[in-house]
Design a binder for this molecule. Structure first.
Ligand code: FES
Length: 93
């Protein structure tokens, strides 16, 4: 996607729509379980990428997880916990 016009007519998911009946999405729960947020500034982007990646890549390797999340920057440098959360999400645990 390169411009806002590219999403016209497309289904758009946001982090606000992930939880269901007060239950966190599995990826959101993984971020809580693995303490994958500090200031939280980067978390919505990480989680939305992780949701799409986990959906399309169940059982992905650590190398695949690292590659999938590489476009996101966390200024708190909480990468080990973020990667652990995404690994939990793709493992289905
Ligand atoms: Fe602070 Fe990622 S948790 S920028």
């Amino acid at each position: 996607i390169t411009s806002i016009g590219d999403v016209q007519g497309k289904h758009i998911e946001t982090i606000e729509g992930l939880s269901t009946d007060g239950q966190l999405h599995a990826v959101q729960q993984a971020f809580v379980d693995k303490q994958a947020m500090q200031c939280g500034y980067c978390v919505p982007g990480h989680i939305m990428t992780a949701v799409a990646f986990a959906r399309d890549n169940p059982g992905a390797s650590r190398e695949q997880v690292v590659a999938a999340m590489s476009a996101h920057i966390c200024r708190c440098c909480n990468y080990p916990n973020i990667l652990a959360a995404v690994e939990q999400a793709v493992s289905g645990a």
